[in-house]
Design a protein around this ligand. Structure first.
Ligand code: HEC
Length: 229
């Protein structure tokens, strides 16, 4: 989760199932629906040996599916694996800029260093305090998990609350809209200057580079489509 509240993939689904603003369900009721809906009992038999549908089996099935969701066939991956593909000049310029200005948090190859940070977007309409309610450490106020930047073409809107609709809005945020707060990441307040200076050209190059992280093969993978059942 963006606040790091769940440590175990096998337990993660409990959160969206029971959260009143997500599925607003109970695990027991979901189990009963699965027990009474074809083809689930037959599929559980195939996977686990009997038709019995228990919490543990449902959670294992979900987490085994989630760990298959690995995106590693973007243009970026082909370039890094030296598979005969190269960046265009724009993409290369964007990559160099990215390494200078973004990768200290969005670290390759996952494009996250898995840390929690305040990137200066300021409090949103829900006043979500991020990691703080999980740790109750005031230094964690308004810190969120650094997200991966893979497949951004398919995952708008951006930030934990989806408040930014385009990558240009994100670039404008970093270059001129970073808000000062007690827990703002020091990387975004260097030598007394807020944010990351970016020219119009820089933004264009960064966009070209970020587009190399889109993995069409991954999002059209038949194994992950309902039809493949
Ligand atoms: C100080 C660490 C840090 C730096 C430097 C940084 N980011 Fe981020 N970035 C974050 C954090 C933390 C979030 C999530 C914030 C939130 O949702 O509240 C984020 C979110 C994003 C998102 C939204 C992703 C999504 O799926 O919603 C994009 C896009 C992004 N950053 C691009 C960049 C680019 C491009 C740069 C360089 C110009 C950059 N970031 C520099 C920490 C950083």
């Amino acid at each position: 989760m963006w606040d790091g509240g769940v440590f175990d993939m096998d337990l993660q689904p409990v959160v969206p199932i029971t959260n009143p603003v997500e599925m607003d369900e109970t695990v027991e009721n979901v189990l009963n629906k699965l027990r009474n809906t074809a083809p689930y009992p037959a599929m559980f038999k195939k996977a686990f040996g009997t038709e019995e549908i228990t919490t543990a089996r449902m959670m294992k099935a979900l987490s085994q599916f989630m760990v298959m969701l690995v995106s590693d066939q973007s243009k970026y991956d082909s370039v890094m694996r030296k598979q005969g593909v190269t960046f265009t000049q724009e993409e290369q310029q964007g990559y160099t800029l990215f390494q200078q200005k973004c990768s200290s948090c969005h670290k390759e190859p996952l494009f996250t260093d898995q840390s929690f940070r305040n990137n200066g977007i300021g409090t949103g309409p829900n006043n979500d305090e991020g990691r703080y309610p999980v740790t109750l450490n005031t230094d964690d106020k308004y810190k969120f998990k650094v997200p991966s930047l893979r497949n951004l073409a398919y995952t708008a809107p951006y930030m934990h609350d989806g408040r930014m609709y385009t990558l240009n809005a994100v670039f404008n945020h970093y270059s001129s809209e970073v808000q000062d707060m007690a827990t703002l990441d020091p990387l975004l307040r260097q030598n007394g200057v807020l944010g990351i200076p970016l020219s119009a050209n820089d933004k264009q190059y960064l966009l070209a580079f970020l587009n190399t992280l889109n993995d069409r093969h991954f999002i059209t993978d038949k194994r992950f489509s309902e039809e493949s059942q």
